[in-house]
Each structure stands twice: as C-alpha cells, then as structure tokens.
Write a protein that binds this ligand. Sequence first.
Ligand code: RNT
Ligand code: ZN
Length: 416
Amino acid sequence: MTIKERYEAARESYKAVGVDTDQVLLALKQIPISMHCWQGDDVTGFDGAGALSGGIQTTGNYPGRARNSKELMADMDKALSLIPGKHRINLHASYAVFEEGEWADRDKLEPKHFAKWVEFAKERGIGIDFNPTLFSHSKAEHATLSSEDPEIRAFWIRHVQACIRISQYFAEELGTPCTMNIWIPDGFKDIPADRTSPRARLKDSLDQILSMDYDKSKVFVAVESKVFGIGMESCTVGSHEFYMNYASKNDILCLLDSGHYHPTEVVSDKISSMLLFFDKVALHVTRPVRWDSDHVVLFDDETKEIAKEVVRGGADRVLLALDFFDASINRLSAWVVGMRNMQKALLNALLLPNEKLAALQESRNFTELMMLQEELKLYPIGDVWNYFCEINGVPAKEDWFSQITAYEKEVLADRK
Ligand code: RNT
Ligand code: ZN
C-alpha cells in the first residue's frame, strides 16, 4: 500500500469518531514552531564572550559542531528541509554576525549585526524570534539584572533594550511579530539571607527596560522563570511567582519552559490558566530529566499533553518554541527529531474528537471518557503523519535520516 492509500484508510477510521483528517492536515500546517539556533553549536554563539555559563550546560562532544554563522545557517537549513511545514527560527543575541574585524559588546548590539539573519529568514520566508543573552559573559559571572553592582545592572539593562530594538527590526523586516524572551541566570547556590533585594532590583531593571519606546504589536516581550539551575540550587531570582506577577501587572507575556518546574509539576496543566488571564502564552518545549531541563523533545506523554492544551486553547494564542541542547548526538538529528516530535504531538491532539471528549467530561461520564481516550491511542496516527510529510515535500517515517548521515559525511566530517 502506498502512503496515500494508507492515509485514505486512516481517514475512514477517524471519520467514524467524527474527526476530519483533511482539515487536520490543513490545521497542522498552520502551526509554526520556533526552532532554536543554539542546538547547532552547543549554545556557544559567535561573539566569543566566554564559555557557556549561567547554570546551563551542554554535555557531549559529538563531532561537527557549527563554528560560525555560515555553518550554523547551513545546518539549520538542512534540518528545516526535513521538517514539514513552515516554521520560525529563534536566535540569541550572542549569535550576532560581525563583519571581518568588527565586534560589539552586548550593550552595543545593533540591528545591523543581525542583517545576515534577516537575509536568511527573508530568503526562506520565515519569521525570527529573539533572546537577549545574559550569560556566558564576563559581566554575568555573579548576577545580571538583579546585580548589586549598579554598573553591571546598567550594562544588562542597555543590552535588553538593544535587543528590543533588534526584535522590532526583525518584525519590521519580516512582517511578523518577534517574541523576545528574557531569561536570566541570577540566583544563589546556598540559602540567601535576603531574597527581596535582588528581586526588587530585577523588578526595577525590568521597569527601566520597558520604559523605552517600542511597538508592542511587533515585539512580544516575555519573561521566563526557572526553579533552579546548576550552581543556583537554593534560590532563583526570576522565579515563577515573580515573573507571573510581573507579566500580568505590566502587560507582557510569560514564557513557560517545560523543564523549569518541580519534577512532578507540569506545564500542560498551566496553559489553560495562563490563557484565562493573558492574551497569549509563550512556551519553551523541552524535556526535563532528573536535574537537567534540556533534553531533546520526544513524542512522550507530557509533550502530547502540552500539544492538547495548545490545540484546545487556540494554537494562535500559544507561541511555540523549542529549547534543548544535546552535544552527544548528531546536532541536526536532534533538531529534526525534536521538531517532528512536537508536530506529531500537535497532530495527535488535532486527531482527537476533542468536543466529544469534553462532552463526556461535562456529563461526568468518566468511564467512557477513559475508555475512549485509551482506545484512541492506537488509532493510525502514523499513516496520517506520513501523508502529512509526503504532501509537504519532506521524507516520511525514518527516511529523512539517510540525508543526515550523508550530510555528516560530506559536511560535518570536515569540521575539525
Ligand atoms: C535556561 C533557559 C533558557 C535557555 C536559552 C538558551 O534554563 O531555558 O531559555 O535555555 O535561552
Ligand atoms: Zn528555556
């Protein structure tokens, strides 16, 4: 049987439970995911400011890490060619592309330092999201926006403001809003004596940053919390309560990273609450394992649960981005696996008879609800997925992987 014939058979199965798979394929194609550039080079960046720091870490030394913008762009291009649909890319400020002999510190970054990325995005018709980089820098050794040192704090305030200008430039050049997400590593390894002052300083820094003039319809500023980081086990200044309150009072967005909560706490359960109080919510989808928050996204239960909430809450209200970094496997494969898994999870959610399931809950028919949810798990989603790949011009099943192996031999092997 061909992929199309299998799809046609699957279409009948889904039709019987009231799901129109043709509509589902159209809907899935409309959901962009922002692919993070930092998986390609282990969060190193191009500004040479220092080794990765700030409580995040990559492990592994799989050969072929992208060493410059040309290599990173080529790798992202290759990965995107194996992922169905049109997506976005997510950049960090440390990925500025300088001309020969040129360099600017983080507080002096300008739109022109990102012109090459705009060119890249324009050629591919995709949007860009952005992140100020408040780590891996000599001025980020202790604290950034919550620093007790006024000069350090002013430096990082200037940096984030520069990033807002760059974000607006992306939005204007590409004709699509840019989500600009602020994450800072500030925190304490051991029990602090004063949790208030650093948080008050962070609050004041954010106030100063947002007092600048920018177009809120073009730049969606978001703030990302974290429960702990390596070397910041006892207190994170930018905690969930801090940012949720800040975002809601200041009309900016909260970004929920699925690796940033206590191990039994899940982001899938937070989305519906956020959407009742905010117009939009931003996500970093990733996979936490033990103390690490950044493993490659799998087609696992929590990713599926997140996708259900995205679909049920309105996919246009959830700004989806991925955030993981694995240096122990082929980096392009990590991107493709993670992106395709996020899409499979969205497909899984779209293929559910969501109204029918909600009606069962509403009538408190939990017996049938459980039965149906479980039976639906073995419906032929794979046949729909393969067809989705085929009609969007990318290899179905594991057939994309031979291209990764070839790229590894032809391109990555030369990077010594
Ligand atoms: C770190 C945060 C943050 C980073 C990226 C590189 O814990 O998740 O989002 O991963 O900005
Ligand atoms: Zn994150």
